[in-house]
Design a protein around this ligand. Structure first.
Ligand SMILES: NC(=O)C1=CN([C@@H]2O[C@H](COP(=O)(O)OP(=O)(O)OC[C@H]3O[C@@H](n4cnc5c(N)ncnc54)[C@H](O)[C@@H]3O)[C@@H](O)[C@H]2O)C=CC1
Ligand SMILES: O=C(OP(=O)(O)O)[C@H](O)COP(=O)(O)O
Length: 354
């Protein structure tokens, strides 16, 4: 059993905690909170042991009537792997504490690549040796890496050009924007995503430009890839359909954007309406000569979650990437293509957790 702790129970941390909790080979030892807010109460209601992230705030939890199991130091002593899900930049401040406990750590994409021994994506990362820390790349970078890896393996990627329309903030981030504009963010090119893809796929030539839009549901990517060969549109569709963490949205499904995607996820029983897969509009996949075009959506709150689970196994075991991915997909119910083709008989997270 791999004993896992989650430090930072926010948008990503709470989802990683749930995903770890349903893995047969993992035990979620506990999660940390910095304050006794609704998230702390929700963690307790889900049956998770609560640890206080900042020692001198323990009294606040006691005063609020929320029982804590200990401090971050106690959690670090009890786990094999800690998953840092604190806000971007805070992971760097937490790193000395993990190192003092000699606890292998996983960081998130808001941190610089240099924070960890290697950046990680379960599908696209090359061989990862004996490392003590990993960084799961950001949600957009995860989505791009999953897409570009099979294309590069099958045909070679001569050049990828991607425009990312990023969601302004997560649904719970009431203070984010823009609220009435679409703004280049950053206005400089490339955005961090292209160079970040190269921490996973160093040889892929990719340029990215990004904007922010006043939406909270998902990111949207407009993708153009000049391939090394000239496959047919159908061949590319079949290649991408075979990828377990890519969902090719069938035209007949009537799914036209993030709203219907999230609605579908909620309707089939996905906890929180989460979409762990890249969502690629099948009819958008078009090849003209060597040029491939497509649109995909990425659920920023969810796509990195199975990657974190696989990162845990990479740090703690010798299990192959393929085996880990299969276990994670099975336990969570990742793989929407099968759900659509088997009449909805596929598994989902709620069923897997029962
Ligand atoms: N939200 C998103 O769309 C995605 C975020 N990420 C990355 O994941 C990381 C976490 O992001 P979110 O979950 O969105 O942030 P968040 O703000 O929703 O959650 C962070 C949590 O950490 C807590 N925290 C603050 N200081 C802490 C400390 N010193 N120790 C422990 N916990 C602390 C906060 O109270 C909060 O509960 C960032 O690196 C971010 O870039 C990656 C992919 C997508
Ligand atoms: O990792 C993310 O996006 P990114 O891939 O654009 O950096 C998350 O959506 C967080 O982005 P944010 O920095 O806008 O909160």
């Amino acid at each position: 059993m791999i004993r896992v702790g989650v430090n930072g129970y926010g948008t990503i941390g709470k989802r990683v905690a749930d995903a770890v909790a349903v893995q047969a080979d993992m035990e979620l030892v506990g999660v940390t909170k910095t304050s006794p807010d609704y998230g702390a109460e929700a963690a307790l209601r889900r049956g998770y042991d609560l640890y206080v992230a900042i020692d001198d705030r323990a009294d606040e939890f006691e005063d609020a009537g929320l029982g804590i199991a200990g401090t971050l130091d106690d959690l670090l002593d009890a786990v094999d792997v800690i998953v840092d899900c604190a806000p971007g930049g805070v992971g760097e401040r937490n790193r000395p504490t993990y190192e003092a406990h000699d606890t292998p750590a996983i960081y998130q994409g808001g941190e610089d690549a240099a924070i960890a021994d290697a950046s990680f994506n379960a599908r696209a990362s090359g061989e990862i040796g004996d490392v003590g820390s990993l960084r799961v790349v950001s949600c957009n970078t995860t989505g791009l890496s999953r897409l570009l890896a099979p294309l590069d393996e099958a045909y070679g990627v001569e050049k990828a050009r991607v425009t990312l329309v990023r969601r302004g903030g997560d649904p719970s981030e009431t203070d984010r924007g823009p609220i009435n504009d679409v703004v280049p963010d950053p206005a400089t090119v490339p955005s961090h995503h292209g160079p970040d893809v190269n921490t996973i796929l160093p040889d892929v030539d990719v340029d990215t430009a990004a904007l922010k839009a006043p939406v909270t549901g998902m990111h949207t990517h407009s993708v153009n890839v000049t391939l090394g060969g000239e496959p047919t549109t159908d061949e590319v569709r079949e290649l991408l359909r075979d990828e377990t963490r890519l969902f090719l949205i069938p035209e007949r499904a009537g799914i036209d954007g993030a709203g219907t995607l999230k609605d579908y996820a909620a309707d089939i029983g996905r906890d929180r309406g989460d979409l762990w897969e890249n969502c690629v509009w099948e009819e958008s996949i078009s090849v003209e000569g060597k040029d491939l075009y497509l649109f995909q959506n990425v659920h920023q709150e969810a796509d990195v979650v199975p990657e974190n689970v696989d990162a845990v196994r990479t740090l703690a075991t010798d299990i192959s990437r393929e085996e880990s991915t299969a276990r994670t997909n099975e336990a969570l119910g990742v793989g929407l293509d099968s759900l659509l083709s088997d009449g909805g008989a596929g598994r989902n997270q709620i069923a897997a957790g029962d």
